[in-house]
Every structure is written in C-alpha cells, then in structure tokens.
Design a protein around this ligand. Structure first.
Ligand code: MLT
Length: 265
C-alpha cells in the first residue's frame, strides 16, 4: 500500500514565522479531534492536525506487535522533512503526548516549543501492560467497539458526559471509525514506550502542560511531575474538564494555548 500521512491544515503562512503548530491526537482518535482548535486558530497561525499512522486516513506503521512510539515520531519527522519544515511546535494529547516526548528525544533540533496535553512521562506498569495486551486481544475479536466499551465514559468529566451529548456521540463515532490494525499497533506502541521521565531534564524549549482537573485517565499528579521535570514549564489545569478537555471546554483550552504561543516566541 502506498504510504499516506494525512494532515488537516489551516492558516498556512500566517504569523508564527513559518513555524507550524502540529497537533497530535490521542488514542484511538484522528486529527479531527482538534477541529475546535483548528477553527479558532485559523486566522492566527499555521496549524496542522495529522491523522497519526493507522488512524483516520493515514497508513498504518506497518507493524502491529512490534510498533513503538518512535515509529510515530519518525512519521512526523518524515512528513516535516518532506514539507521542508525545519522547526515545529508540537502539541500532543495523551498518546500524542507520548509521541511528542519520543519526538523531543529523537529530534530535539526540530522542536521549537512543546505542549503536553492530558499525558504523562512514565512508562506503563506491568499490570498496565497486561491490561493493554488484553485490550489488543479484545480489539482483534470485536474491533473498535471493545475500546468504546472500555473507554467512552471515562474520557469525559461526569457533567460533560451527561450534558454534552452531541460531543460524546461524535467521539463514539470517531472511535468506531478506526480500524483494528491501527488501534492494535497503537496499543502495542503505548505498552512498549520507555519511561520519558529521565529525559524531561533534557527538554530545553518553552513547554506548556495542560490538564483536565477531572481527568479520570491521567491523574493530576502526572502533570505536576512533568512540570517539575521540564525546566521553566508552565502548567494550566482546566477546572471541570476531563480527558477530552480540548472538546469539553475549548474556550479555556484555546485561551491557555494562545497565551502560551503568543508569549513564548
Ligand atoms: C489516550 O487517550 O491517548 C490514551 O488513553 C492513553 C493511554 O491509554 O495511555
């Protein structure tokens, strides 16, 4: 199959001195997760939201059990090279954050600024890894439905899950549209990811951490661990928002993002 790395792109050539903001979605979504940021930032900056390999319209990494977060970081670097981009601001949500940390380790020369959203630096525990392998088996049998059953309610703060029905249904549909190979590759990549904790001290670009105060998937302490580990990092916690904070409260999320991007070079 021909390799395809699909990106949604807005505001090319605007502000930001030719440095794009590249928004990496989490598991198991696609670049459309960031529509509310792309729309809001359209007039202000060059913003790009790829479908990570194996999700949406992008070709999978070509491995399943052996996939690594580095494969995803390499796909982004290859895309940037193909576009002639020599600096980018990377914003990664959850699994996208694991990939952003892998990118920071592998391609520090390409990184202009970093935004870590509802993510963490640590590796999986042994029990966490076993849970992922079980999920991979469930996905092999039942496809995306297995992930929807396991994750959907946990993705939102309780009030958002009850009140934002359209958003919740949109996410269910987005998850259901993802294919088994892409989902399973990402599960194995997350399970094998290294501990990025020791590398935090090496990150020397302006960094913003955004978390949802009611995130049931990423405990609040994870954001503070990253803030303490990365020199000069800022942390904004969005009250009342869960794991999908960029959708649950786009106004607060976009404000935090804008302030950081406008003030940090
Ligand atoms: C995500 O939202 O990307 C995942 O929940 C992250 C994970 O499972 O560790």
């Amino acid at each position: 199959m021909l390799n395809r790395f699909y990106v949604r792109e807005r505001g090319k050539g605007k502000k930001a001195g030719g440095v794009p903001l590249v928004l990496l979605h989490g598991f198991p979504f696609a670049g459309s997760l960031w529509e509310k940021q792309l729309d809001a930032l359209d007039d202000e900056m060059w913003a790009v939201a790829p479908d990570m390999p194996g999700f949406g319209q992008s070709t999978a990494v070509g491995k399943v059990e052996d996939a690594t977060v580095d494969d995803y970081a390499d796909a982004i670097a290859a895309w940037a090279k193909g576009e002639g981009i020599d600096k980018l601001t990377l914003a990664g949500h959850s699994m996208g954050g694991y990939v952003a940390l892998a990118f920071a380790r592998r391609y520090p020369q390409l990184l202009h600024r970093l935004v870590l959203v509802a993510t963490k630096a640590g590796a999986d525990t042994e029990a966490g890894r076993e849970g992922r392998y079980k999920m991979a088996r469930d996905v092999e049998e039942r496809g995306a439905q297995a992930v929807v059953d396991a994750m959907l309610p946990k993705l939102f703060a309780p009030s958002a899950y009850d009140e934002q029905k359209e958003v919740v249904e949109g996410i269910r549909e987005l998850m259901m549209n993802q294919n088994r190979e892409g989902i399973r590759s990402a599960i194995f990549a997350m399970a094998s990811r290294p501990d990025s904790g020791p590398g935090l001290a090496d990150i020397d670009v302006p960094t913003l951490i955004i978390s949802g105060a009611e995130d049931a998937i990423m405990p609040a302490a994870e954001a503070e661990t990253m803030r303490n580990g990365i020199k000069g990092a800022q942390h904004v916690a969005i009250e009342g928002a869960g794991h999908l904070l960029m959708l649950e409260d786009p106004t607060a999320f976009n404000r935090a993002l804008r302030e950081f991007l406008n003030n940090e070079g």
